[in-house]
Design a protein around this ligand. Structure first.
Ligand code: GDP
Ligand code: GDP
Length: 434
């Protein structure tokens, strides 16, 4: 094993360094160490991408030529930087080039270290032109980033991985879900039957249920042993209360649902079959989709839905929730229990697909065959592809030029079929490489 690449993030206070560290670390990675001898200003996190590990260090505030007070911090930062293999110089696109940026850039140019200039707070792609001002720093072509929303993070990770020396293929597959249970959130509008479903799922004879404090204050998670392994239902506080304290306002339940989705690997979206898919259902589904979670749709209260209701809701799923694509849709009655038993196998296959990690060689085999069967138009060609991350499977495809959307979808389908990924939403990103 080679030692991990060390990446130091430097930049003025408030440009978004710690936000970027958190973004790169992802919600699954905890801070691994607080290095001895380095103040709390330097936090190292381990980041995994494309099966490789590297260490990202936030240098805290680094202000060359700042006041005496800043000097100590700056010395620590400088040491961190000197120990790093790569330096990310983070600047604030909404502020533009400041004097401090210019000073820092000058210092960085003098150190013979690879530097990536990243312009943060480009939340809207329409504002990407803001990056060009930073050319004057003389650190090469700047890249746009929104540490807050994540835009640009995957590109940056790809670039970092590309700087690592190549490693032998056939890495060992990750152990299931970092030793923890699979986290599932049950989401839906008020009154669709979430609590009833939850009680049914946890009341089953053979399940061993225990509660544990959730990941955030005021939340309770419930762990259930199932045929598919242990499943942790996230933030079940509201579902366990007999008389509901929450007033069921749309705002509150949506906020709570979104927080639960963030903590979950898989979302169960409950819909009232008799009422059909409402605008709020649609919004919730969009948010689940954005979170990259696989979704299982439960059409609840099926037993009281009329034939017309059933036909309508089935049509609406395809129409209004088309973006969740091939997600399994189950017709159930949480009240009577009918159909609920099919949920666990559905969860099981979604989990397996979600965790899939495919060796780079196999990914490239599939892409090569797909290209042979149907080449991309106008001389476009995929040069190389890799799975950057699991949860959900995220692929990066390097191509010699822009690929048409239909062709990207074709490649996506090819990967989905070759690796039997079912309903798990793949993420496919295309990057140009000469
Ligand atoms: P640091 O002092 O460099 O570590 O900066 P922080 O990470 O603490 O961020 C400073 C402020 O900028 C916080 O309020 C962040 O929420 C905000 N911020 C960070 N990244 C972004 C971004 O990409 N877009 C926007 N709009 N705000 C950001
Ligand atoms: P939540 O607000 O989403 O947690 O919804 P609840 O679980 O509290 O259910 C709201 C109402 O719908 C209650 O009166 C339940 O008895 C009822 N309900 C839940 N599931 C079903 C179902 O499958 N069929 C019928 N007919 N009623 C249900």
């Amino acid at each position: 094993m080679s030692s991990p690449l060390r990446v130091a993030i430097v930049g003025r206070p408030n440009v978004g360094k710690s936000t970027l560290v958190n973004r790169l670390a992802g919600r699954r990675t905890a801070i691994v160490e607080e290095r001895a001898g380095v103040t709390r200003d330097a936090k190292a996190v381990e980041v995994e991408w494309a099966g490789r590990t590297f260490e990202v260090v936030d240098t805290g505030g680094w202000m060359p030529g700042g006041s005496a007070l800043d000097e100590k911090v700056s010395r620590v930062s400088e040491r961190t930087m000197d120990e790093a293999d790569v330096v990310i110089f983070l600047v604030d696109g909404t502020v533009g080039v400041t004097e401090e940026d210019a000073k820092a850039a000058e210092l960085l140019r003098r150190k013979s270290k690879p530097v990536r200039l990243i312009v943060n707070k480009i939340d809207d792609p329409k504002r990407e032109h803001l990056i060009w001002d930073f050319m004057e720093l003389g650190l090469g072509e700047p890249s746009p980033m929104s540490a807050l929303h994540g835009n640009g993070a995957a590109d940056l990770l790809d670039d970092l991985v590309a700087m690592l020396p190549p490693e032998d293929e056939e890495e060992e597959p990750e152990s299931a879900a970092d030793g923890g249970e699979i986290a599932v959130s049950i989401v839906g509008r008020p009154n669709v039957g979430k609590s009833t479903l939850f009680n049914r799922l946890t009341g089953a004879e053979h399940s061993i249920v225990h509660d544990m404090p959730g990941t955030t204050r005021d939340t309770i998670d419930t762990v259930v042993e199932t045929s598919e392994g242990a499943i942790r239902f996230v933030d079940t506080a509201g579902m366990r209360r007999r008389s509901k304290v929450d007033d069921g306002t749309e705002y509150y339940s949506v906020v709570r649902a979104l927080q639960a989705i963030d903590k979950a690997d898989i979302a169960i979206l409950v819909i009232d079959s008799a009422e059909g898919v409402t605008a709020q259902d649609q919004r919730l589904a969009e948010r689940v989709d954005l979170a990259g979670c696989p979704v299982i749709v439960l059409l609840n209260k099926w037993e009281v839905a009329s034939a017309d209701d059933r036909e309508r809701v089935t049509y609406q799923i395809a129409d209004k929730l088309h973006f969740i694509g091939d997600s399994p849709v189950l017709q159930v009655s949480a009240l009577t229990g009918k159909g609920v038993h099919r949920l666990y196998p559905a969860l099981g296959s979604a989990i397996r697909a979600y965790e899939t990690r495919i060796p780079t060689r196999q990914v490239n085999d599939v892409i090569r065959r797909a290209q042979q069967a149907q080449p991309a138009p106008h001389g476009a060609r995929v040069l190389y592809a890799l799975q950057g991350a699991a949860h959900p499977p995220t692929f990066t495809i390097f191509a010699n030029r822009e690929l048409p959307k239909t062709y990207v979808r074709y490649l996506e389908r090819s990967l989905q079929e070759a690796f039997d990924l079912g309903a798990t939403p793949l993420k496919l990103r295309v990057r140009k490489r000469d």
